[in-house]
Design a protein around this ligand. Sequence first.
Ligand SMILES: [Ca+2]
Ligand SMILES: [Ca+2]
Length: 546
Amino acid sequence: MKRYLPLLALTLSARALLAQPLSIVPVVSGFDRPVEIVQDPLRPNVQFVLNQSGAVRVVQDGVLLPTPLITLPVLIGNERGLLGMAFAPDHATSGHIYFHFTTTGVFMQLARYTRLGDALTVDPVTRLNIFRTLRPFSNHNAGCIRFGPDGYLYLPTGDGGSSGDPGNRAQTPTQILGKMLRLDPTGDDFPTDPERNYRIPPSNPFRPVNNPPVPALEEIWAFGLRNPWKFAFDDPTKLGTGAMVLADVGQNTREEVDYEPAGSGARNYGWRRFEGTFVHNAGTALAYGPHTPPIHEYPRTLGQSVTGGGVYRGLQLGPEYFGRYFFADYIAGRAWSLGLSLDPVTGEATVMDVRDHTADFGGVGFANVSSFGVDGAGEMFLIDYAGTVNRIVRQETTWLTDARAVQGPYLGGQVRSLLLSDGKTFDVQALRLASTSPLRAGVDFDARTNRASRTLVGVSVTGKVSQALVVPVTLECRNWNTGLFESVATGNWGAALGTLSATGLDGTKFVDAGGNVQCRVSMAYNGILLASSLRLSVEAASVSVD
Ligand SMILES: [Ca+2]
Ligand SMILES: [Ca+2]
């Protein structure tokens, strides 16, 4: 009589349902007030780290090189200095790199430099000034700059500084401060002005032709920001949605995270009337409504200066972290990630759960987190302003399984990664073909029992779908008598981890003479409303034998 050993399968399932702890490991040190890390688009093994004092340091294969890419002539101090860097989308051919920094004057300057090929130095004479804003106070210079999926450059200006936005700039349509700007730096709408060398994208929401909610400067993309030190786009090239997630540093009540579906211009994030959802200045009217509230905020008891990160689209942290947004508090030394539940119609996000990683990263005060960043594979860095770049990693665990992915893809899918560092996580992505075709993704796995026994008692697979969808999933095993795969379990998986288990299987059918089992898990989905892609992650696969 076959004996069923449910304990192994139950153990695996229970393990999979627990949040996998993360940790940080230092990668490279020796920076002077580092505020940003940017992946070299031409060299996968190179990242650039911005010292606030002006040098752009080069990290190659995790080693800090002695010669900077370039040292910019910045005015350093407090919140001033070198703050942002972005490669042009066409950098491979144009060589263009953009920097955002404080200059004497006092301006926040956006300037372009040109690199030759994939050189690790840039000639300062290639500088072209693109845009600048006069700064009434030394603080709230915002910081990072990013190209959006639309190819345009996004530049947050900060509210001008001091405290409480004394000039009410963030709600003033004729003020460039307190806004998110969107520029096209590939052209020049101002041929007689040597300091303004950009085009205003035709689709910018405050161009009169686009019927704006209020007449305003045409460079403006969004209103009502205080000091959005860090923002990021959810990278569509890594199955992200293209949304913008930004973290706006609060005044004295709330730190906030704002979410903007791709292409949603003309939002008003509320400052200085609102600080998060709190009414900070009741006497200030919004320039226009409605107020777009944050998707997440936290009070001063938890932190005093939010540092935005990004939506994780890498592999190494495991599927449960895919699509989660990481952020930190600079002053308190805390870090979190939150899950994003996306409305398939509107693209709006609500926060599913917030995980506090502070203890796993070293406890409260573990770092003054000045920035996050991602490498070319989407893996995440965390920068300590004291001078160290860390990686966020998954704490290693031992899965009690010896399954391995052996084959893919199915129609419309491809195996993204067969074997990861822990050896037990498969990751499969699928792209939709024609709109009428079901989206299919799957992976075959070869579950070796390492014993010459044909007594199979159970197979289980744990996984999730990295979209806000529920998708039918099938687990099949090969019948060695017929050579055909047979369905042994079916279910539905969504963003939460789900498990398919088959127990009491006939070993004379499903186990070969060498004790091996071949199974596959696959899904099919029709009618994707929002996403053009779907990603199935198989967290663990196991087989139990007597
Ligand atoms: Ca010009
Ligand atoms: Ca706000």
